[in-house]
Ligand binder design. Structure first.
Ligand code: NDP
Length: 296
């Protein structure tokens, strides 16, 4: 019987832990604050930011929102980031990507104070992760690690194949899983669009993490019997629904489920974890910046 991981339930447990941390911080007079910066009219980005702000409200984290018009200049964005860096009520800063083409998003991320970089994208935090001493683990990869733990999947000594090498998912999950630490100790293969014989590689894996952004790229024929399948993909495909689309993952769920021992659905798998881990990093950031200990 395949175990379908309920990402919403795991995320709710993380939120409960975060809620306890918020209370502990409040008891010491600290209200954790998360600033979101949006420089786009893209409806999906607006939805992500409003979901993050709503999640903050629910847990008593102060949500601060800065909206810049897409026509604003790169300097306007840097000024906003630098102002938030200097605001002691802001413990976490999230720059919603993508930013418009005329703005260098990588440069903007470098201006976020590394102590407030709750996405874990600043080069200092990326370096610490690679060096085995993470400060803030990037949210989606950290969420995947928590899902594996919740499903009692032992990564120690396992063969993992990751499909995707992006800076926000593929590379950091690879870095987490090869750490000499609990939740790591795996042997990791990172695949991408130039990888030869992808299916041969995924079929050998104990754990497949699909993060390619290609609808249903990984089907059951690419999964070995009893493997664990983590589907990170969120893809909108046209469908005759009220919204005119439906969300599918990077895994063809029905055929993969027949082979897998454990699998995440889309939606309701990795997705809810990303916001939960952002809240987690925000209370961790508030604790680091104020010296008030929290139990995470
Ligand atoms: P990117 O587009 O940045 O990266 C995709 C990666 O997949 C690239 O490395 C690319 O290779 C590789 N790839 C693309 N096509 C293939 C293929 N046919 N075979 C093998 N590799 C391939 O995507 P992200 O990492 O940002 O996101 C991946 C997916 O995860 C998306 O669907 C996104 O929406 C979703 N996502 C979900 C989140 C959540 O919270 N659930 C959070 C973040 C992302 P190459 O480098 O050679 O181009």
């Amino acid at each position: 019987m395949t175990h379908v991981i309920d990402g919403n339930a795991v995320a709710d447990r993380i939120r409960d832990d975060v809620q306890n941390c918020v209370t502990a911080l409040e008891d010491e007079g600290v209200t954790p604050g998360l600033a979101t910066v949006l420089m786009s009219d893209d409806p999906a980005s607006e939805t992500y930011v409003s979901m993050k702000q709503r999640a903050c409200d629910e847990l008593g984290i102060e949500g601060i929102h800065r909206k810049l018009e897409p026509e604003a200049s790169a300097d306007d964005l840097l000024e906003t980031v630098i102002e938030l860096d200097g605001d002691p009520t802001v413990h976490g800063i999230l720059l919603q990507m993508p930013v418009p083409d005329h703005v260098d998003g990588t440069n903007a991320l470098r201006h976020v104070d590394p102590l407030k970089d709750v996405d874990g994208f600043h080069p200092e935090n990326v370096g610490r992760l690679v060096a085995g001493d993470p400060r803030y683990k990037p949210c989606t990869p950290h969420g995947i690690q928590k899902l594996l733990e919740a499903a009692d999947v032992d990564t120690d000594g396992s063969d993992v194949v990751i499909v995707g090498r992006s800076e926000i998912v593929g590379k950091p999950i690879a870095n987490l899983l090869i750490q000499k630490a609990p939740g790591g100790n795996a042997t990791v293969t990172v695949c991408h669009s130039r990888t030869n014989a992808l299916a041969e590689k995924t079929r050998q894996a104990d754990i497949v993490v699909a993060a390619a952004g290609v609808p249903e790229l990984v089907d059951g024929s690419m999964i070995g019997a009893g493997a664990v399948v983590i589907d990170v993909g969120v893809n909108r495909i046209d469908a005759e629904t009220e919204k005119g689309y439906e969300l599918v993952g990077d895994v063809e769920f029905d055929s993969a489920r027949e082979k897998a021992s454990v699998i995440t659905p889309v939606p309701g798998g990795v997705g809810p974890m990303t916001i939960a881990m952002l809240l987690y990093n925000t209370v961790a950031a508030a604790s680091i910046q104020t010296g008030v200990p929290v139990d995470l």
